[in-house]
Design a protein around this ligand. Structure first.
Ligand code: AP5
Length: 206
């Protein structure tokens, strides 16, 4: 967990790679659906472009499907989920039904001015969705050669709305977990991605 731009995708990928388990980003699943213009993508796009959350029942449907995948049987990292208390409660009942539970909730802490700097500078590949920190105007995607563009929700006014939604809808989820049995591990998200990863792993091991 963490606000937009805190590094959930970056750290989620490093952690899942280290543990050899899948990472499920609800944001990436939705963006792929938008690119492929599926019914899910068409429904989600207007919420995402406005910086609003996609309705809980849509997200919980996605999560129930991924939890049922065979590859998830050995553990998983969720990135950007749960984002509302309703989603956290839905996750808890899905896991309970499967006889599973969360090991930890990771909260990446980054000051707001750094979040805005990272998000407004980010470029993504229009074809494959790959993320580039910052890019010159002539650069192309290193993976597929696609055009590098700004994510529609990384425009300054939408970034401000996403941060507000995070404070209103998602911070209460952290308070909800702090009252539960699941340990909440706070990690300083400043520093290089590798430094943050090292600190995160150290905190989790402890
Ligand atoms: P989502 O894709 O989850 O976006 P987000 O939470 O706004 O987070 P970001 O992807 O912007 O940032 P991040 O924290 O993953 O950071 P990243 O590693 O990319 O969701 C998008 C939308 O989908 C939502 O607004 C909503 O509409 C919908 N949605 C998704 N999940 C939902 C849910 N559960 N419920 C309802 N709606 C949902 O890094 C950001 C940038 O910083 C990158 O450029 C990166 O290279 C750079 N960076 C990363 N780490 C560092 C570092 N240590 N130092 C310097 N730069 C860094």
């Amino acid at each position: 967990m963490g606000p937009p731009g805190a590094g959930k995708g970056t750290q989620g990928e490093l952690l899942a790679g280290r543990k050899g388990i899948p990472r499920y980003s609800t944001g990436e699943i939705l963006r792929e659906a938008v690119r492929e213009e599926t019914p899910l993508g068409l429904e989600a796009k207007r919420f995402m472009d406005a910086g609003e959350l996609v309705p809980d029942e849509v997200i919980l449907g996605i999560v129930d499907e991924v939890l049922g995948r065979p590859e998830a049987a050995g553990g998983f990292v969720f990135d950007g989920f749960p984002r509302t208390v309703v989603q956290a409660e839905g996750l808890e009942s899905s896991l309970r039904r499967r006889g599973e539970s969360l090991d930890a909730v990771i909260d990446l802490v980054v000051p707001e001015e750094e979040l805005v700097r990272r998000l407004t500078g980010r470029r993504v590949c229009a074809a494959c969705g790959g993320v580039v920190g910052r890019a010159s105007s002539s650069e192309r995607c290193a993976e597929c050669g696609g055009d590098l563009v700004q994510r529609p929700d990384d425009r300054p006014d939408t970034v401000r709305r996403r941060l507000q939604v995070y404070r209103e809808e998602t911070e209460p989820v952290l308070r909800w977990y702090r009252r539960s049995m699941v340990p909440v591990v706070e990690v300083d998200g400043l520093g290089t991605a590798e430094e943050v990863h090292a600190a995160l792993v150290q905190r989790l091991d402890r």
